[in-house]
Design a protein around this ligand. Sequence first.
Ligand SMILES: NC(=O)C1=CN([C@@H]2O[C@H](COP(=O)(O)OP(=O)(O)OC[C@H]3O[C@@H](n4cnc5c(N)ncnc54)[C@H](OP(=O)(O)O)[C@@H]3O)[C@@H](O)[C@H]2O)C=CC1
Length: 260
Amino acid sequence: MTKEDTVKRIGIIGVGEIGRAIVLGLRHGGGISPEVFLSPRGARTAAELSARYEGVRVCADNQEVVDRSELVIVAVRRQDRHDALAGVRVAGDKVVVNVMAGVGNDDLRRTLATDAPLVRAIPLPAIRERRCVTVVHPAHPEVNSFFERLGGVLPVADEAAFNVFSALTGTLTAHYWYLATITSWAAGQGIAPDDADRYVRGLFQGVGRSLSDETRSLRQLAADHETPNGSNERIRTTWFDPANSEALKKALDDLLADLT
Ligand SMILES: NC(=O)C1=CN([C@@H]2O[C@H](COP(=O)(O)OP(=O)(O)OC[C@H]3O[C@@H](n4cnc5c(N)ncnc54)[C@H](OP(=O)(O)O)[C@@H]3O)[C@@H](O)[C@H]2O)C=CC1
């Protein structure tokens, strides 16, 4: 990273879940951090962040956020983008980071009518602890180094590839739901719900830790946890059978088609 690639003033339009996570990530661990300019909405989170951190300010309107920043992150919901951005002028020397799922850069350029570089990005909530690898497109030196310091950056070649990663992020809550389902199954067998909950969390925290071992492929990790003809193999092959795998891939295909 060169000194020139380090932005000193960041703007965030839309201070909700992900906007907040980005600010926490920027301030995580102390050290030198850019100034942050927040949109007046969501007011409660913006007020909380500006009270908590030096150098984080709430602006009067979205135009002021853009005017004060070198790099502007658009983090409103897709359906709010026109309200948030119509009439906002973005000079060509700014960089705009678009984190809205399902909103392509062509769409955003029509709304903003600007020549400024537009970069799509998929930050995840773990960015608040700088533990998120953020997919971006197209690669841009300032945006790359911004996300690099927040846990890592993965630039991809085109929007088609970007959308595949975006579809992958749509599988997260199904994973939690899977855990909730097996927990309630155990409770249905007469186990105290708190005990079932505690046990399932412990079981899958171990899975989370083993994922950080990148020397073993995902299939290898599965094989290493499985005894031939044992219980894990049984559930994998009877429940996660080819029809179930196909149903999952079909759901992802459909999601990808909608994102494209
Ligand atoms: N949550 C996540 O993990 C991720 C979300 N994203 C994307 O980020 C975007 C935001 O998601 P998320 O943070 O979950 O949503 P939230 O609803 O938590 O936050 C959206 C924020 O946008 C604000 N907002 C609405 N209208 C305007 C406006 N006109 N001007 C400025 N701000 C406005 C809302 O303010 P108010 O409270 O006042 O209504 C709210 O604070 C989405 O497009 C989503 O696809 C991307 C990656 C991950």
